[in-house]
Design a protein around this ligand. Structure first.
Ligand code: HT7
Ligand code: ZN
Length: 873
């Protein structure tokens, strides 16, 4: 395996003035003609004369330099690199290559999706189109001519503005696109298909009219309105909150069914997974609408954070992704319910990213090495990356952070830069020394912050001690102390006021942040009449594990009184978690489960709380999930934990049955559906009430009647989920068959239908295999693979972790098949097997066996090989 290191970075030997491409699309193949003007990079004082270009799966028709054809003795082409020696200082390179998009199942480069040609070039897909310096620090203007059959491919698109178009002989036509902004080739895009278009116009603050176009297959036109409005909201928000104005006259989005990820921010021509564009009330859940809006925002925001200012190399990926996730999460928070958005983001971080950071693939948000860059589009780079940007925002405050962001865009517009460049801008505008803060970019692992408090009633003295540490990660046995912003308040129990913290050296009054920078730090308060209640790490101000062994009554106090919404939620979670972990140890030793009446009382007071919104009640009253809890337990016994969760939920359902039922009935109104925060909150609380009731057995009638009367997909999918968990096979089959019959023409509905079934508690491996035989399943379509195989491995712990290892064996079989078809998708599925250290000995060994079985495959892609090798190390 060839490892690439950050420390080996060197500036490119040659830069590009202009790239001109011609695509001649024919049924059997596509001919790509490139015309590239190169000049020696003035930064390279060693005056290089060797041109290295990347190329994969290309058939060479001809290569030339300054119009002189190259024969195979003029170049070598080994391991993806075409190397031409003794080139002049400035020259024209031309290549004609043949590619076969219909055979391209990797969905990188140029490929066919439902009869439509489209490209995916990030990270290194451009090299599957033609020979090129496929690295983000080589930026060029692009002019692209596309020729294709007029009947089959009436729509021909690429980046930028349409320069020319017209008809050709043999019923063919052409279009020429020009993108005036210099960009790296990973932002190149091309689409050729038969598409309908939804149009609108956005007028920027500067008064410029931007044409907006969303291209979809004609039968999907009715599902484009929400995406269009989301785009308009994104454009407006980015102007208002970040001062970022759109630059081209045209912004296009194309929906495709075959896509490896969510969407792609190609300059002026975003390409989206259909599932993240197409929406309507009948087929999209609340969560679906929110996700579509945020991904449309995310890709749009990349126009500045990623495209105008891009990454120097792929180690800097978090520069664009972390910052853009931060931006999209603020977008959602500003538009909807800020507290709920924060809770959702932190849940994802704690359940999934913390696990990644503790597992064999742990890496800093700026990794120092990789084998396959596709493996580093991770929760760490994206979500933890966003948390690191959020910490800067917390440390600087909104106004200064905005100054830093303005400076960054101004200073680096049109350049390919590093994460240090970003942090230095934040340092310059704030005057804050961020040298130590940079460690967040280079050290992996989740820091642990232990808190110890002491109150001496006699002297009125209260001390709070913080101790930070970070467990070792692969290649990083020792970690240096992080700069950790701890947003905090000390609450006076008597009157719920906050103590004045002005006198504490490390506390910043403007931001309410305590700067923890040493391994250990202590704060002392004098003259207190009673012990304060500390509300620490407010809004989850740093991605750390806070360990604070404190009396349960304090959590109950914070749950009832904390004026920080997030910490109020967190206090409830702490109560639930400590109950569950306590009971886990009892059950694991063969004891009996016993509900804690204090927990029920606390839940009851949340239910009765007048000031809490429905959405907050739903979030607070949801138990920590299987995945999060299994991370808190050493070598978890899956059966014990699943059994515990079931018993606990059943007891909660029983103890508060009347409240769940009353709330469900009150919330289950017939108001006309709208995707607005108040309704979304109501539906999420309603879902929680019915989910608890479903543990009592006698409410299946309520569930089926909700299914039958549902006027929107949120309610319908809630009912379908609960039905998928039930053991009533006949009823389940009848409902599933009816659903499919009704919705089989709607791809997004079928994907949701497959996913719900695959996660169902009563769905066995045999059922999953049967689903894979269903006419709607196709292993070459990533959304279908994610819906069935992904949902099973990540969302059906009961059957995936079957004691006999059959779940693991099944997953390994699928990984081996997908390895040949689509390595990116295959390697993502591996994650479910790599956390074997979390599980009991029997399961751990069976997972390792399957990893070895995969490892023995002779034709293993580097994507899968890297994950398997690191896991078995
Ligand atoms: N920047 C994009 C990341 C990406 C991707 C997207 C689709 C298919 C393959 C891909 N590889 C990398 C998406 C984003 O984060 O905005
Ligand atoms: Zn992104």
């Amino acid at each position: 395996l060839n490892t690439i290191y950050l420390k080996d970075y060197t500036a490119p030997s040659f830069l590009i003035e202009k790239t001109t491409l011609t695509f001649e699309i024919f049924p059997e193949y596509t001919l790509v003609r490139s015309h590239i003007l190169f000049s020696q990079n003035p930064l390279r004082t060693d005056l290089p004369t060797q041109l290295d270009l990347f190329g994969v799966d290309l058939e060479i028709v001809s290569l030339s330099i300054d119009s002189i054809e190259l024969s195979d003795k003029h170049y070598t082409w080994v391991d993806e690199v075409l190397c031409i020696k003794n080139v002049p200082t400035n020259f024209l390179f031309e290549a004609v290559t043949k590619i076969y998009p219909d055979k391209n199942t990797s969905l990188e480069g140029l490929y066919l999706s439902n009869g439509m040609y489209c490209t995916q070039c990030e990270a290194e897909g451009f090299r599957k189109i033609t020979f090129y310096p496929d690295r983000p620090d080589v930026m060029s203007e692009f002019e692209t001519r596309i020729e294709a059959d007029l009947n089959d491919y009436p729509t021909l698109l690429s980046n930028g503005n349409l320069l020319d178009s017209g008809e050709l002989e043999n019923n063919r036509h052409f279009a020429v696109w020009q993108d005036p902004f210099k960009k790296p080739c990973y932002l190149f895009a091309l689409v050729a298909g038969d598409l309908d278009v939804k149009e609108d116009v956005f007028t920027t603050v500067e008064g410029k009219k931007v044409e907006l176009k969303i291209f979809v297959e004609s039968h999907n036109m009715h599902k484009t309105e929400f995406a269009m409005q989301s785009l308009i909201r994104s454009m407006k928000w980015d102007e208002e909150r970040f001062g970022r104005v759109y630059d081209l006259d045209l912004f296009m989005i194309v929906a495709v069914d075959h896509f490896n990820m969510g969407a792609m921010e190609n300059k002026g021509l975003n390409i989206f997974n259909s599932a993240l564009v197409l929406a309507d009330e009948a087929t999209t859940t609340d969560a679906g609408f929110e996700r579509i809006e945020s991904v449309i925002g995310h890709e749009y925001f990349h126009n500045w954070s990623g495209n105008r200012v891009t990454c120097r190399d792929w180690f800097q990926l978090s520069l664009k992704e972390g910052f853009t996730v931060f931006r999209d999460s603020e977008f959602t928070a500003d538009l909807h319910d800020r507290a709920v958005k924060r809770i959702d983001d932190v849940k994802l971080l704690k359940t999934m990213q913390f696990a990644e950071d503790a597992g064999p693939m742990a890496h800093p948000i700026r990794p120092s090495s990789y084998v396959e860059i596709n493996n580093f589009y991770t929760l760490t780079v994206y979500e933890k990356g966003a948390e690191v940007v959020r910490m800067l925002h917390t440390l600087l405050g909104e106004t200064t952070f905005r100054k830093g962001s303005d400076l960054y865009f101004d200073r680096f517009d049109g350049q390919a830069v590093t994460t240090e460049d970003f942090v230095v801008c934040m340092q310059e505008v704030s005057g804050l020394n961020l040298d130590q803060f940079q460690r967040w970019y280079n050290q992996a692992g989740t820091p642990i912050v232990e808190v110890f408090e002491h109150f001496d009633q006699a002297s009125g003295k209260y001390t709070l001690k913080f101790k930070q540490s970070c467990p070792p990660s692969i290649n990083q046995p020792e970690k240096l102390a992080f700069h950790i912003p701890i947003k905090m308040a000390l609450m006076n129990k008597a009157d719920q006021t906050h103590l004045d913290l002005t006198a504490i050296d490390e506390f910043d009054m403007d931001t309410q942040v305590y700067h923890l920078t040493q391994d250990e730090q202590m704060i002392t308060f004098e003259n207190l009449t009673s012990k304060p209640v500390a509300s620490l790490l407010r809004d989850f101000s740093a991605p750390v594990k806070l360990v604070f062994d404190r009396p349960k009554v304090e959590f109950a106090y914070l749950l009832a009184n904390d004026d920080n919404s997030f910490n109020q939620f967190e206090a409830g979670q702490s109560l639930m978690q400590s109950h569950l972990l306590e009971q886990y140890s009892i059950l694991a030793k063969g004891g009996e489960y016993q509900m804690d009446s204090d927990l029920i009382d606390a839940m009851q007071s949340v239910l009765a709380h007048d000031e809490l919104s429905d959405a907050k009640k739903a979030a607070i009253l949801t138990l920590p999930n299987f995945s999060y809890l299994s991370d808190q337990i050493d070598q978890v016994d899956v059966d014990v934990l699943l059994n515990l969760l079931k018993q606990c939920k059943t007891q909660i359902a029983k103890a508060l049955e009347q409240q769940w039922l009353d709330n469900f009935n009150a919330l289950n109104d017939s108001v006309e559906y709208a995707f607005v925060a108040s309704q979304v909150g109501k539906r999420s609380f309603k879902a929680l009430c019915l989910s608890y009731l479903s543990y009592l057995g006698q409410y299946s009638g309520l569930i089926t009647s909700l299914y039958e009367s549902a006027s929107n997909m949120t309610d319908r999918s809630l009912a379908l989920n609960l039905i998928a968990n039930s053991n009533n096979k006949n009823q389940k089959q009848a409902i599933n068959a009816g659903f499919y019959e009704k919705w089989k023409q709607d791809t997004q509905m079928v994907e949701q239908w497959l996913s719900i079934q695959s996660r169902g508690e009563s769905t066995s491996i045999a059922d999953i295999k049967a689903l894979m035989q269903h006419e709607s399943f196709d292993i070459k379509t990533p959304n279908k693979v994610r819906s069935v195989i992904g949902s099973f491995a990540m969302g059906n712990p009961l059957h995936f972790h079957a004691k006999d290892g059959s779940g693991y064996e099944f997953l390994a079989d699928q990984i081996l098949v997908l390895n040949e078809l689509n390595p990116q998708i295959a390697s993502r599925l591996c994650a479910a097997l790599t956390h074997f250290k979390r599980y009991d000995e029997n399961r751990k060994l069976k997972m390792i066996d399957q990893l070895h079985r995969i490892d023995q495959c002779k034709s293993l892609s580097k994507d899968v090989k890297e994950i398997v090798t690191r896991s078995l190390q």
